[in-house]
Design a protein around this ligand. Sequence first.
Ligand SMILES: CC(C)(COP(=O)(O)OP(=O)(O)OC[C@H]1O[C@@H](n2cnc3c(N)ncnc32)[C@H](O)[C@@H]1OP(=O)(O)O)[C@@H](O)C(=O)NCCC(=O)NCCS
Length: 175
Amino acid sequence: MNKTIALGLLFSLPLQVVAYHSQRCKNPIEHVQITAFDYDKDINQVMKIVEQTKKWTFRGWSEEKIQSFFKNKAPQIKVAKINNKIAGYIVQRISDFMEDLKEVYVRFIAVSKKYRKKGIGKKLLYNTIKTSTKKYRRIHLCVFKNNKNALAFYKKIGFKKIFESPSIIELHIEI
Ligand SMILES: CC(C)(COP(=O)(O)OP(=O)(O)OC[C@H]1O[C@@H](n2cnc3c(N)ncnc32)[C@H](O)[C@@H]1OP(=O)(O)O)[C@@H](O)C(=O)NCCC(=O)NCCS
């Protein structure tokens, strides 16, 4: 397992406890739960995050198409909840082809603007890593080259560049 992830997983709980206590006074962020996405209950809140982050995720998709994506892909989606409110989501994909490669593909990840840089994106990704380590070797994803925030985020987690086109960078991390 990648050293950054191993250390991250090892220390994430105590760090979250420290973060929880240090942030508690500054803002109301409390317990973060990663749970399965429930279309009927969660879609309205998720769509609000989609609206804020469409440029980097569902660029060019109609609202109808996005909603039907969330309906059809529900089993591949997890959400991060704070006090029962959705703060972020992650969509992963495992196809037959990816099974052969022993890779999990992260298709979309986004955190509500209000909750950025509070460790929620990391929690969502670590959850995917944690649930994939037994069966898979890598997490793989693509990011728009001009999405500097996401690139900085993935770099912090330990992702490495494997391919670059004029507009997209492909990254992966060994788990
Ligand atoms: C990318 C995104 C998911 C990150 O989520 P987040 O919850 O803000 O990230 P975290 O707080 O978990 O950050 C994890 C680490 O990355 C770092 N990081 C996150 N955003 C960063 C930024 N913009 N610049 C530099 N570092 C950043 C954090 O400082 C943190 O470092 P640490 O572990 O040393 O404390 C969020 O910015 C987002 O939703 N962006 C819009 C949608 C998007 O671009 N999705 C990706 C499409 S490929």
